[in-house]
Design a protein around this ligand. Structure first.
Ligand SMILES: C[S@@+](CC[C@H](N)C(=O)[O-])C[C@H]1O[C@@H](n2cnc3c(N)ncnc32)[C@H](O)[C@@H]1O
Length: 185
């Protein structure tokens, strides 16, 4: 299974045209562009990354595809997302994507961390529309990623009242990435 593609495929049906979407880890901008295409010309995407390089790559990707007008790229820690998303968009976010880990072909020491990931998930919660979807893709092949996935798992465990939860792994791969899909009830 190609997990990044699977995350997009699973999110697509729940992303409403003209709605708001959040890419909580912009990276190379693949998910940001996907979200921009789904929300369409009247929608808005907020793409956040802690690295200037990632923001530059994302801005360039959306510009090339002609989506700059409805994508806002934010250089920030996603733990502080609450400071960047306007109040008027609370309750209107139909999708938030977290592709955790590090920026490919870049400094591997800049990596998502349990505390800020959980803070970001908490920050996004009041922004979600009814039936919104949140995807979280975690890589457990290294200790930091494993610790982070355990923190996410723990956070999700207490939320089955709020979300319909799906957890996907590759059963053939003992260090398979984990993809969680949370549907806001
Ligand atoms: C696996 S990449 C994301 C890939 C991206 N979704 C794409 O489509 O290309 C993970 C990204 O998370 C970013 N990141 C790490 N810690 C972060 C934080 N606290 N807040 C926001 N972004 C962070 C990294 O800089 C990196 O670009």
């Amino acid at each position: 299974m190609h997990f990044t593609v699977e995350a997009q495929n699973r999110c697509r049906p729940f992303i409403l045209e003209s709605s708001i979407a959040i890419d909580a880890t912009a990276g190379n901008g693949f998910d940001t562009l996907f979200l921009a295409q789904c929300v369409g010309r009247q929608g808005r995407v907020y793409a956040v990354d802690i690295q200037a390089d990632a923001i530059a790559r994302t801005e360039s990707k959306v510009a090339q595809a002609g989506y700059s007008h409805n994508v806002e790229c934010i250089l920030a820690d996603h733990a502080l997302l609450g400071l960047h998303i306007p109040q008027e968009h609370y309750g209107k976010v139909s999708c938030a994507m977290f592709n955790l880990g590090y920026l490919p072909h870049s400094d591997k020491s800049v990596v998502t961390k349990p505390l800020s990931t959980i803070e970001a998930l908490n920050a996004i919660e009041p922004m979600l529309a009814r039936n919104a979807i949140v995807s979280i893709l975690a890589y457990v092949g290294h200790q930091a990623g494993l610790d982070e996935s355990l923190a996410v798992e723990d956070w999700i465990t207490n939320r089955s009242d709020r979300y319909q939860i799906e957890r996907l792994v590759d059963p053939e791969n003992p260090s398979s990435p984990i993809l969680w899909l949370l549907r806001n009830r």
